[in-house]
Design a protein around this ligand. Structure first.
Ligand code: SF4
Length: 463
């Protein structure tokens, strides 16, 4: 019952944040829409609790803050903190302490992670502790040797930044990189995936900004030929508007009106660990100005509910976010944003980066999470964070007068028969070799009366 109440509260706050008039209705409440841990975190955030009963769900780890490029949209060049690389013993300590609660780690912050010679070992270690492991790279260091190491590493998702479709634009943005060489290397990795590792999740990212907006079409054409390429288009990140150049690049001359009443959910979700073990609140803190602790000196558990974290949460809860220079000019992610669903999403609970990769077959205008559902077109692909090898999907016909035709499912192109239907949910069992991984699931609605029927996806979770 407790879970049901939380689910109702979250759904009504997240899915209908603008009140009843004209807004979509909340989805039906269900007991198990969130796991007990997710519900506990959601409850603490909504109630403004500063002492949390469960640990963080998501961590960002900076393997190194060295980089071989100086990209136009990256604040790294303004960084004044020391450069260095994470010590393997520190990495293992953090992972061991994080494993009981953390569902996903993202191995990238200010530098290029492939410059860390132990990246393969790190991925293997974290994956072995049951976490979903994602990493980003700038696309210039994907030598044949590193590509092979990545394919052997049990990485769940690799995000490759590639922000142009022509040598001129790419070179202007990714300063220091060579378009042809980066393109060749990435194409080789995609061919290796096609031949040897079809279940390797690779996403090529295009950060949309004024200097490259004309290059989006050639970028998409460039990668269309590769069946294993997934593409993500993302808007420029402003790093909390701390830097004038970035602010101008993103917002032009617009006078920003920063909402003062939003409560940011970052302090309830996880944190960033710099290469030296110091902990920062969120990815806006590129220079490590707001240190909440140090994992060389303290445990993750004590830090999570330590005084700094509790004070930081209390300040946000009490409307004093602007006391912190880091947060002062930031549009914080909060429950009043459509993206808030990302924090407690039943699709992939903490894989917030993954959420925006649901970009094939979903109808973009209907991806707004406030609607409490996603609409699946002809052939939709979803990343699903699998915890236990069993997935259940709550699907409905988009048109409420029709009956649901159970769609066809595929896992990396292989048919996946459903094992039953229970309480309107379709049950899938994941083959042993895929269990516990981030999975790419295809859902293909069946044609009825000569035309494809659209399906509404209410939720995906484990059973
Ligand atoms: S308000 Fe902005 S800068 Fe502050 S913790 Fe939240 S996301 Fe980070």
């Amino acid at each position: 019952m407790w879970l049901k109440e939380i689910a109702l509260k979250i759904q009504s706050r997240f899915l209908n944040p603008f009140g009843p008039s004209g807004a979509p209705q909340p989805a039906e409440a269900e007991d198990e829409i969130l796991s007990p841990e997710q519900a506990s975190l959601a409850h603490s955030y909504l109630e403004g609790e500063t002492q949390l009963a469960v640990g963080p769900k998501y961590l960002v780890l900076e393997l190194t803050n060295h980089c071989n490029l100086s990209c136009v949209m990256c604040p790294r060049q303004r960084m004044t903190r020391k450069t260095g690389s994470m010590d393997p013993a520190l990495f293992r300590k953090i992972i061991e302490e994080a494993a009981p609660s953390v569902e996903m780690i993202y191995l990238h912050f200010m530098g290029e992670p492939l410059l860390h010679e132990k990246f393969q070992e790190f991925i293997h270690f974290a994956s072995g502790r049951g976490m979903t492991v994602a990493m980003a790279t700038n696309s210039t260091l994907l030598t044949a040797e590193r590509a092979d190491a990545l394919l052997r590493s049990r990485l769940d998702a690799l995000l490759v930044s590639f922000d142009g479709g022509s040598p001129a634009v790419f070179g202007r943005i990714r300063r220091g990189a060579d378009f042809s060489s980066a393109q060749r290397q990435l194409a080789r990795l995609l061919e290796k995936i096609e031949l040897r590792a079809p279940d390797f999740n690779l996403v090529i990212q295009f950060i949309r900004m004024p200097p490259n907006k004309e290059d989006l079409a050639p970028f998409l054409t460039l990668w269309k030929a590769f069946p294993r390429a997934r593409v993500k288009v993302k808007d420029l990140h402003d790093f909390g508007n701390q830097l004038d150049e970035l602010k101008r690049l993103k917002h032009g001359d617009e006078v920003l009106s920063i909402p003062g009443d939003r409560i940011c959910y970052e302090p309830w979700r996880g944190f960033i660990v710099g290469w030296d073990g110091r902990v920062f609140p969120c990815c806006n803190d590129y220079d490590g100005k707001m240190v909440l602790g140090d994992l060389r000196q303290e445990s993750l558990k004590s830090l999570w509910n330590g005084e700094s974290m509790r004070q930081f949460r209390a300040a946000h809860r009490n409307g004093r976010r602007r006391d912190f220079s880091l947060c002062r000019n930031c549009f914080p992610p909060s429950v009043s944003e459509p993206g808030a669903w990302q924090m407690f999403s039943p699709f992939s609970p903490s894989a917030f980066e993954m959420q925006s990769y649901f970009n094939r077959g979903l109808l973009p205008e209907e991806m707004d999470s406030r609607k409490g559902a996603y609409f699946l077109a002809e052939d939709s692909e979803l990343f699903v964070q699998d915890r236990v090898g069993k997935i259940r999907l709550h699907l409905e016909p988009a048109d409420s007068n029709s009956r649901l035709q159970v769609p066809d499912f595929f896992l990396y192109g292989r048919p996946l028969a459903h094992t039953g239907i229970r309480n309107q949910e379709i049950l899938l069992k994941v083959p042993a070799e895929f269990r516990g991984r981030l999975l790419l699931l295809n859902i293909r609605p069946r044609a009825a009366g000569g035309k494809n029927t659209r399906i509404r996806l209410r939720s995906i979770r484990n059973w």
